[in-house]
Every structure is written in C-alpha cells, then in structure tokens.
Design a protein around this ligand. Structure first.
Ligand code: SF4
Ligand code: SF4
Length: 477
C-alpha cells in the first residue's frame, strides 16, 4: 500500500517512467530489495536471476536509461527477458472491469496472433538477432538486406501503432520496453533498406517536396486561419511574441480538422496571451518519419526546426497536437531554450490563474479519449480532465480503458497511412466502448490525428468527436 501511494505521488511529480527509473535506482542504491519484495528470488531484475550473457540487476537498469541512440541489438537482453506472460496484452489486471474491453493492444486485438502483441515482437527480435542475423553483426557497410522479410513479418511490424499500451503494462511489472524495441526494429529495417512499406512512400515524397506529410502546398499552410482573425507571424524580421502556437500539419492542412487550430487561437486570444504562429515557415516536426523508423530523415527536420525555434526568443511553445508534443518533449526539449507544453497544459494553467473563465453552460455528457502521445508518452492525463471539469454543464463519464490503460485509436505509427481499414476498425472498437460503457454519444479528445481517425468511424455510428479546444471556446464565447 505504501509503495502504491509512493508510486501515485511519484507519478504526478516526475511522470510515469521518470518515477520508475528513479525508484528502481533507489532500490539498488539503498539495498531495499529484500524489503520491497521480501524473500522473493528468481525474477528478472534480481541479482539471483541468471540473465543471458550473465547480465545482473545493475545492467538491467540500463533498460531504464536514455532510449535515444539505442539500436535493435541493444534490445537483445530485453528480448531474452520476456517471460511471455502476456501482461502486456491487457489493461492492468486490478483495473479491468470487463472481458469485452480488457485488451490494450489494438493490433493483437484485431489480428489475434502472438506476433501482433508485445511478446511476439520480442520473439521476432530474438529470432532476428540470434538467428540469421548474428553472423552479420555489425552489419556491413553499405547496409544491405540480409534476409527477405515476408509480407506477414512486415505486417506484424507495421500494424503496431507504437501506442505504448504494452510498455505501460510491462515496464511497471517486468521492466521491459516492447514498444521501444519495435521502434528500434523499424529503424533497423529502414537502415537496412527493408522498410518502411510501399504505402509509406507517398508520405516521404510529401515531406521531401512540401515539408509536411499531407502534401499540402507551403503557401496553403495558413489557409485554416479565418481572414477576420489577426495573429502575429513570428520569424526572421517579422513580429515577436513570448509564446508560439506550433499548429502542426494535421490541423493546418486537413480541412475538417482545421477548426482545432482556430479554436486554439480564439482561446489564447480570450486569455489575452501575447502569441504568434510561424505561418508559412512552419515545418513538420518530423513525428511521422520518426514513428515509421526513418530516424535520419527525422533528425534533419529536428535540426532545421531547432534552428528556427531557438532564434525566436521564445518563453513557451504550445501545440494542440499530441504527435507534435510527444516529439517536441521527447526529441527536442533538451536542445530548446524555452518550455514546451501541450495546449491542455497551458489552458489549464490559464484557467487556474483566472485568465479565462468558462461561463456558458453546455449541458452535455461526454467521455474523453486519451491520445497515446499525450497520455502514455507525456504523462498528461489530468490537465484535459481539469479543463472539462471547469466547463459548466459538462459531465465527464469515463470509459473502462483510460489513462495508462487507454485503448489506441490506431491512427498513429504510420498505421492509418498503410492500413486504413485496420485504423478504422480500432477507432470503431474505441467508439463502441465509449457508447457501451458510458452511454455518451460525444467523445472529446486533444489530438487532431486521433480526431480525424475517430471521426471516420463515428459517422456510421452517428456519434460525434470534438476537440477539447472547441468545447472550451463554446463555453467562453
Ligand atoms: S513483453 Fe513483458 S508483459 Fe509482455 S509477455 Fe514479455 S515480459 Fe510479459
Ligand atoms: S505498441 Fe501498442 S500496438 Fe504495438 S504491440 Fe504495443 S500495445 Fe500493441
């Protein structure tokens, strides 16, 4: 119980993984292992356990260090430590409330075969590293395909939405990182010329030609901005402001989602925030390339963006996109000279400071879908809920799978691009859960990409998906 309380407190202060990293280190440093699990021996993570290659608990801690820069081969120990216990397939057991909605992995849920779940990914990695590939390691330069990936193999790798559902379960219990292993596997496939999929090629072409995955012209990047609304444009020789609203490609280019960007700037203006946008000079953050496995391609975007962003004299960057925020926090933040927040964090701050006060009563029952990149990736669960609680007449009814146990809508990780039918299937599952477990017809979210995918599935179900910015603006205007 004490440990549980400590976990909840630590999670709030340091984030989910931040707390775990620190706690495991503490257990080693203070030699509290016996107290933590008295008399328990023989489990992965304890010195008595014989790891493959003789790794001990201290080397096990490496798993909780910096994931950047790791290659597929760095996951060998983890692949051997997977117990095939299937904990990663399900919502945390003591939080399960039904068998109907207890799976957490959308690709496993859809394709019902081991390789689609976390444990299957580790089995494949083990086979790859110690099977055909070990005699080829380190790979020869230039990298050449050294095995012919089958269609089924690529399907299992690229139907993973890198949602982190498996990892949120395994990391706290078995200390492994199946999602990061999949990312490393994809990076290795791309490096070796075996990935991504032909379906992803259009996206890469769009990035090369237009600096966004949608293929929208650079000149059309601000088309979402209503003519009557004036917003500062930041950049070289242009205007200045302490806050940048980084719009992101989906809200900028996907017509039915553009209202998210409009609602965001209306909320910022209502709070009197001195902010601007980058306008036509905004580039994609590179999130899609990163998730598909093209790290080198991503790094080019990151470096170009860092140069632009660090020269603006900013105090804060806010974005309304979950994909952008996870990329900015995970891959940019340590090289940025300002804070980076998702708009829900910023709006929650503005509400608590009394700078905006929702006043119009909306009278609606809603449920909230945690976007994986906002929730599991960044640990942002409370701010959207606090915003919803501040809106008069809005009643939040929670689904069965929420927060760390949230069920991915399957838009991300390049899945919607390559397997749109599967993405719609998973979104349908999520909306079915919303309707059946809450009775709500309205699902609120805080990610344009989730919204686009969920909306496609919502139409035939006659349900509605709304961005949280719009709901707040409805209560302010
Ligand atoms: S990845 Fe982790 S939770 Fe999943 S089967 Fe392996 S040890 Fe168990
Ligand atoms: S990251 Fe998500 S989709 Fe991929 S294996 Fe884990 S739970 Fe399944």
């Amino acid at each position: 119980m004490e440990e549980r309380k400590r976990f909840e407190k630590g999670r709030k202060e340091k984030g989910y993984y931040g707390y775990l990293r620190e706690r495991y280190k503490e257990l080693i440093d203070k030699k509290e292992r016996e107290e933590y699990t008295p008399g328990f021996k023989g489990m992965a993570g304890f010195p008595e356990y014989e790891f493959v290659d003789g790794h001990d608990f201290n080397s096990f801690l490496d798993y909780h260090g910096e994931t950047k820069g790791r290659t597929l081969f760095d996951y060998r120990k983890q692949a051997y430590s997977c117990l095939i216990c299937r904990v990663c397939n399900f919502v945390t057991c003591y939080r399960q409330t039904s068998a109907r909605f207890n799976l957490i992995c959308p690709s496993g849920d859809r394709f019902r075969y081991d390789n689609y779940f976390g444990q299957g990914k580790f089995q494949m990695i083990r086979g790859l590293i110690d099977g055909d590939l070990s005699q080829h390691y380190p790979p020869a330069e230039p990298l050449k395909p050294i095995f012919e990936p089958t269609e089924r193999f690529l399907h299992t790798v690229y139907t993973c939405t890198v949602c982190g559902g498996c990892e949120s379960q395994c990391k706290i219990q078995k200390l492994l990182e199946p999602m990061h292993a999949v990312k490393a596997l994809r990076e290795w496939l791309v490096e070796s010329g075996m990935g991504p999929l032909p379906e992803h090629q259009a996206l890469f072409k769009n990035m090369a030609n237009y600096d966004n995955p949608w293929g929208g012209a650079r000149a059309a990047r601000t088309k979402w901005l209503p003519k009557k609304i004036k917003v500062k444009e930041l950049g070289k020789g242009k205007e200045n402001a302490p806050v940048l609203y980084y719009v992101g490609c989906t809200a900028a280019y996907v017509q039915p989602i553009q209202y998210v960007a409009t609602a965001t700037i209306l909320n910022l203006q209502a709070a009197g925030v001195d902010f601007g946008i980058l306008g036509r000079s905004e580039l994609c953050c590179g999130s899609t390339m990163l998730r598909i496995g093209d790290r080198k391609g991503f790094e080019k975007y990151r470096d170009r963006n860092l140069e632009i962003l660090n020269n603006l004299g900013l105090e804060t960057i806010v974005t309304s996109c979950a994909g952008c925020i996870s990329t900015l926090k995970e891959e940019y933040a340590d090289q940025l000279n300002c804070e980076v927040l998702h708009i829900v964090e910023y709006l929650e701050r503005l509400i608590s400071q009394g700078k905006i006060k929702p006043k119009n009563k909306l009278n609606m029952n809603i449920t909230y879908h945690d976007p994986c990149h906002l929730g599991r990736y960044c640990g942002i669960y409370d701010p959207p809920r606090n915003i919803l609680a501040s809106i008069p007449g809005v009643k939040l009814i929670e689904m069965e799978r929420i927060r760390e146990d949230s069920y991915c809508c399957a838009a991300g990780g390049g899945v919607r691009t390559a397997y749109p039918e599967f993405a719609t299937w998973a979104a349908n599952r999520r909306l079915t859960e919303a309707r059946e477990t809450t009775g709500c017809e309205i699902v609120v979210t805080a990610c344009p990409f989730c919204e686009e995918n969920l909306t496609d599935a919502a139409r035939p179900l006659e349900m509605k998906v709304i961005d949280i910015n719009q709901l707040l603006w409805d209560s302010l205007k």
